[in-house]
Write a protein that binds this ligand. Structure first.
Ligand SMILES: Cc1ncc(COP(=O)(O)O)c(C=O)c1O
Length: 372
């Protein structure tokens, strides 16, 4: 066992930094006797809406459900196509498939791993109903270009903001450019619950009401069901935790940006390491700090041996995962996404990480690369 241990992220450290406030809030919920879709959820929806500058926010059970419910409420279903990126978590495509629609992939930018707007129009067919950009690693997509393509072709835009809560394009938060924005509060996210959680922000008030019904089995009036929904309720303990953490989110995100800038400086001398960079006029939230290197697997092993934990997001681009093989894509269809998947490595990043930790991490990377 190496003497040093630098985790990929430090959830216990975050908890310690807000322990008193968090415990008081959670104890209040325990004493309240109201545990699901109560006053805390309603307050969180309002406060998160204020944070985003969004009129309609609906708390749900996960980011996956947020995507599915947003797509359904916007009328996407069987026979439709939704244009998205192969460089994302499986949940993005899974939500599309669950509505009955078909994911259509478009390659990504080498610079930030987000969907390449130049390639979107070529993928539009008469069946295309929506574009689903993913703000990967916390980099905001080029939303103005994406929205203008969507408007030109009469398409909906659903943003997957699971990794980018609090990010901006100019001074507008991601999740408010499209028809809907979908958020995950999974424990590793920048705004994280102590379990599963998610939210949809949606422009259309009727669609918002539809999601409120769909998250509770489809019931508009208790006991009456005109269609099937799902069980995707947000609970009060998660909502109160999110309300506390929302107070810190901007500060934590700016600490992440400072750490990313420090990594960038440290890597400037190491030409074997390729860095991502945000699109112009975007403010990332550095959910993950990823580098690209040749010999990624050997580097990951060497780092693990010296107590530094890293992760690969994601080893297989979605057009090559078994679960989506029926879509008929093949190796070589999206060369930029494929190259990234072979070379990507996420390094430790969290507000409690120190500059000294970063210096040690970069030194170990330098040593491993020079030895290889
Ligand atoms: C890009 C992306 N989309 C969707 C999801 C799904 O969110 P959840 O795990 O809350 O269902 C995640 C995260 O897990 C994600 O990273």
């Amino acid at each position: 066992m190496p003497a040093r241990h630098i985790p990929l992220l430090d959830l216990q450290g975050e908890y310690r930094s807000i322990k008193r406030m968090m415990e008081e809030s959670i104890m209040k919920v325990l004493a309240s006797g109201q545990y699901v879709l109560g006053a805390e959820v309603a307050a969180f929806e309002k406060e998160f809406g204020f944070f985003l500058k969004s009129e309609n926010v609906i708390g749900v059970n996960s980011g996956t459900d947020a995507l599915y419910l947003a797509l359904r409420a916007l009328g996407i279903g069987a026979g439709d196509e939704v244009i998205t990126t192969p460089s994302t978590f499986i949940a993005t495509a899974q939500a599309i498939v669950r509505t009955g629609a078909r994911p259509v992939f478009v390659d990504v930018n080498a610079s930030d791993s987000n969907i390449n707007p130049d390639l979107i129009e070529k993928a539009i067919t008469p069946r295309t109903k929506a574009i689903l950009p993913v703000h990967l690693y916390g980099f905001s997509c080029e939303m103005e270009r994406i929205v203008s393509i969507a408007q030109k072709h009469g398409l909906k835009v659903v943003e997957d903001c699971a990794q980018a809560v609090g990010g901006y394009v100019q001074n507008i938060r991601v999740g408010t450019f499209g028809d809907a924005g979908c958020f995950s509060f999974y424990p590793t996210k920048n705004l994280a619950a102590y379990g599963d959680g998610g939210a949809v922000s949606i422009k259309d008030a009727k669609a918002a009401e539809h999601i409120r019904a769909l998250r509770g089995h489809g019931s508009v009036l208790r006991g009456y069901y005109d269609e099937f929904g799902i069980n995707s309720r947000l609970d009060e303990i998660q909502a109160t935790a999110l309300r506390v953490k929302l107070l810190y989110l901007d500060r934590w995100n700016s600490m992440r940006r400072r750490l990313a800038a420090h990594y960038n400086e440290l890597f400037a001398e190491l030409s074997e390491v390729e860095l991502f960079r945000p699109a112009p006029q975007t403010t990332p939230v550095v959910h993950l700090y990823c580098i690209q290197v040749e010999g990624r697997d050997a580097l990951q092993e060497a780092l693990a041996e010296s107590g530094i934990i890293t992760m690969v997001h994601y080893p297989v681009p979605l057009h090559r995962v078994g679960a989506l093989s029926s879509l008929g894509y093949k190796e070589g269809d999206f060369p930029v996404a494929e190259r990234i998947s072979r070379r990507i490595l996420a390094l430790p990043i969290y507000p409690e990480l120190t500059f000294q930790d970063q210096e040690e991490i970069v030194e170990e990377i330098r040593t491993a690369i020079k030895k290889a």
